[in-house]
Structures are given as structure tokens and as C-alpha cells.
Design a protein around this ligand. Structure first.
Ligand SMILES: Cc1cc2nc3c(=O)[nH]c(=O)nc-3n(C[C@H](O)[C@H](O)[C@H](O)COP(=O)(O)OP(=O)(O)OC[C@H]3O[C@@H](n4cnc5c(N)ncnc54)[C@H](O)[C@@H]3O)c2cc1C
Length: 376
């Protein structure tokens, strides 16, 4: 069984790793030229029942614990005047909640756990064509080609493989504008203290100014505004952002002024809730390709759990991969539906006129349940 995984993100790499542990080979085709070709973004908190479970199935719990930053769970929610509404401090050194890890560190950890030839870098899939006897012929940018018996689309938000299974369209749910502040402790100690070791969210009316501490000493700043409030290009200057946050406490807007370079806006998109497709032999999707959701702390966790569940099915059913895929898809559709509904609700709540009250209520931990974490 030749398994091709399109996309070497967190989902695709977790799948390859767990298959490898079961003695099942797979090739990961990744469009980027190398592991360091692109910055991987901010921190993720891995949930015990999903992301951490997948890492346990991958045999990587010890590595995760040596790289994770449980102190990154600390978070504060402020109002535009800089008053603290919520301040959550985790137990020092505890891994019982949702420890944070830099996305690039997590990706490296997965890459290091794979045989050197598993990832074919610089292989952007541009077409997948069904072969008469089953499986797919794959064509890559630049003219390379390959065949496979099973094709797994782990190729993210704008998945090419998705179009072979569903015509679901993405909707534009928010705009996220990002800035980065390097060497914060030395250059901006006030901001380093404001943000702390984890996350900071400053909640206004229909807009959020957020910041998070990364393991390499940077602060990543993310401004979330409603989709289509303005043309996305109007967020490309610090001046425009400062105007947007006019009247906010200067200690907060200093996060914008301190950005190393011009802000980068991006569209945040989501697939329709409840997207399913009719099972088709030899092909399936996982992660954002299968269920792109607003970024409220579940996407990577669910992508990794998809990978773990699909790997387990394929490994126990090597003689009948189509049955393995059917079983995986049914369970995945059922699991994702309520999570996608919750993610849409939280996203709408975060960018509403009453967001501060709603978020404080939502994120105040109940005694038995750690609070989910907004990420944008
Ligand atoms: C701002 C932001 C913050 C987030 N924060 C969190 C969080 O805190 N917690 C959380 O759980 N989730 C979070 N998410 C969601 C999370 O990032 C995604 O859900 C997760 O990365 C999905 O993993 P994936 O493997 O499916 O896709 P990706 O990680 O996007 O990986 C897809 C890979 O496929 C490659 N690729 C794409 N097209 C092709 C092609 N044609 N051929 C070959 N390769 C291709 C890409 O280069 C990439 O490496 C956040 C998302 C955003 C936008």
C-alpha cells in the first residue's frame, strides 16, 4: 500500500509518524522547500484529549514535555483601559492542563521523529488524477509525478485534495493583523511584563488586541477585527491600526508601535459547519483540509487527533484501506460537528459589542474544566 500524504503540517506529519511506528510507510509531499522555509507562527496549547493524545500515540510525550512551556498557559484578559478582567496562572511546572508549545518546535519534534526520506520537500501538489485500477497519479509543480494507492489530503486551509471530495466553499469570518516584536525582554521590558509568559487579550467592541510570548523571546501581536469591516489592505500600516485603537490605554497600543515591521493582515476563513462528503475509495482528508474552523484553539489539536485516528485505522486494516477510511471519516464527522459549532460561536462572541462580558463569563474556568483558549 503506497500512502501519499499531501502536506507536511502538524496533521500530515503526525499521521506519517504514527504510521511509521506501526511499520506502515508513507511519503509526505510538502510544498515548502525546507523545514525552515517559512515562519510557523505562534504558540499552540495542546489539549490532553486530542493533541496530547496524538503525541502519546506517536510515542513523543517525553519529547513534548521537555519542549513545552506549561507557564505559557498564563493568560490575562484586559479592557481597553488596561484594567484586568481575568488573570489565570497555571500551577508551576504542571502538565495537567493545556501546556503551550511553539508551533515551530512542535513541527521540528515531529520531523525529527521521521526517517530522513519521509518528507519530499518542494513538492507542491497541483493535480491528483484517479487511475483506472485505483489510486491516484500525482503531479507536482515543476513537473515531477508519482503514484499512490491511498491519497490523504493534509494540505491545509486551501486544500487542493479537498476539491476531489467536496465543493464546500470557504467563508470569510474575520481579519487577523499580525506584528512581531523581537527580543522583547531587552528592547521592550514593559511590554514583556505586560504580556507575561503566556497570552494577553485586550477586548474592545468588535475588536481584540492580543499578544503572546514565544519561546524564542519574541512577542507575537494579533489584532482581530470583523470580516469586511474595511478593505483588508487598509490594515497594512501601524498608523491605521493606531487610529483603530484610538482611546485605548497607551500601555496597550504600545504593542502596535513596537512591531518590528509593517503589520501583515490575513483573512480568517472557515468551512461550512457539518461539511461531509460521500466516501470515495483511496482518498480522504484530515485537519484544516477536512474541517477548517475559526482559530479558537481547536484546529491543530483536531488535526493531530484526526491523524492519530486515521493512522490507527489504517494500521489495523492494511488489507482494506477503504474500510479504514470509512470508519475514520464517520467518527471524524461526528466528533468535529460540535467543535465546529462551538468554534463559530466563540469567534462571533469575540468580535461582538459585548465581547468583554461574554468572554470573561466564557473563559472563567469552572472547577472541573480548564478554560478553552482563544488564539487570535
Ligand atoms: C492565527 C491562528 C492561530 C491558531 N492557533 C491555534 C491554537 O492555538 N490551537 C490550535 O489547535 N489551532 C490553532 N490554529 C489552527 C491551526 O493552525 C490549524 O488548524 C492547523 O495548523 C491545521 O493543521 P493541518 O496539518 O491540517 O494544516 P497546516 O498546518 O496548514 O499544514 C498544511 C501543510 O500543507 C502544505 N501544503 C498546502 N498545500 C499544499 C500542496 N498543494 N502541496 C503540498 N503541500 C501543501 C502547507 O505548506 C503546510 O505545510 C490557529 C490558526 C491560526 C490561523
Amino acid at each position: 500500500m503506497r500512502i501519499a500524504i499531501a502536506g507536511g503540517g502538524l496533521g500530515g506529519l503526525t499521521l506519517a509518524r504514527i504510521l511509521h511506528r506501526h511499520g506502515v510507510g508513507a511519503v509526505v509531499y510538502e510544498r515548502e522547500a525546507s523545514r525552515s522555509a517559512r515562519s510557523q507562527g505562534g504558540m499552540l496549547d495542546l489539549h490532553p484529549e486530542s493533541g496530547q493524545q496524538a503525541l502519546a500515540d506517536a510515542g513523543l510525550t517525553d519529547r513534548f514535555r521537555s519542549e513545552a512551556r506549561p507557564e505559557g498557559e498564563e493568560h490575562r484578559i484586559l479592557d481597553p483601559a488596561g484594567r484586568t478582567l481575568v488573570h489565570h496562572k497555571p500551577q508551576p511546572g504542571s502538565f495537567s492542563g493545556r501546556p503551550e508549545i511553539d508551533r515551530s518546535v512542535l513541527r521540528d519534534l515531529l520531523l525529527d521523529s521521521l526517517p530522513g526520506d519521509t518528507v519530499a520537500w518542494q513538492h507542491r501538489l497541483v493535480a491528483a488524477t484517479p487511475r483506472p485500477g485505483g489510486g491516484f497519479g500525482l503531479t507536482f509543480d515543476g513537473g515531477h509525478s508519482a503514484d499512490c494507492d491511498v491519497l490523504i489530503g493534509a494540505d491545509g486551509a486551501r486544500s487542493l485534495v479537498r476539491s476531489l471530495l467536496t465543493d464546500a466553499r470557504l467563508s470569510y469570518v474575520a481579519t487577523l493583523v499580525e506584528l512581531s516584536i523581537s527580543d522583547a525582554d531587552q528592547r521592550h521590558p514593559d511590554l514583556a511584563e505586560l504580556v507575561g509568559p503566556g497570552n494577553l487579550w485586550c477586548i474592545g467592541v468588535n475588536q481584540i488586541l492580543a499578544a503572546q510570548r514565544l519561546g524564542d523571546g519574541r512577542i507575537r501581536v494579533g489584532i482581530s477585527v470583523r470580516a469586511k469591516d474595511r478593505d483588508i489592505d487598509t490594515y497594512r500600516s501601524k498608523r491605521a491600526l493606531l487610529d483603530l485603537f484610538d482611546g485605548w490605554d497607551p500601555s496597550l497600543t504600545a504593542l502596535i508601535e513596537a512591531g518590528d515591521s509593517a503589520p501583515t493582515p490575513r483573512r480568517i476563513e472557515a468551512m461550512p459547519i457539518g461539511t461531509r462528503w460521500a466516501n470515495r475509495p483511496g482518498i480522504t482528508l484530515l485537519g484544516d483540509a477536512a474541517h477548517l474552523m475559526p482559530p479558537v484553539g481547536e484546529g491543530a489539536n483536531q488535526a493531530m487527533l484526526d491523524a492519530a485516528e486515521l493512522a490507527a485505522e489504517l494500521a489495523t486494516n492494511t488489507a482494506d484501506p477503504d474500510s479504514a477510511i470509512r470508519t475514520y471519516e464517520e467518527a471524524m464527522f461526528t466528533r468535529i460537528q460540535p467543535i465546529a459549532e462551538m468554534s463559530a460561536r466563540v469567534q462571533a462572541m469575540m468580535l461582538s459589542p459585548t465581547a468583554a462580558d461574554d468572554i470573561v463569563r466564557f473563559f472563567t474556568p469552572r472547577p472541573t474544566e480548564p478554560a478553552p483558549a482563544p488564539t487570535a
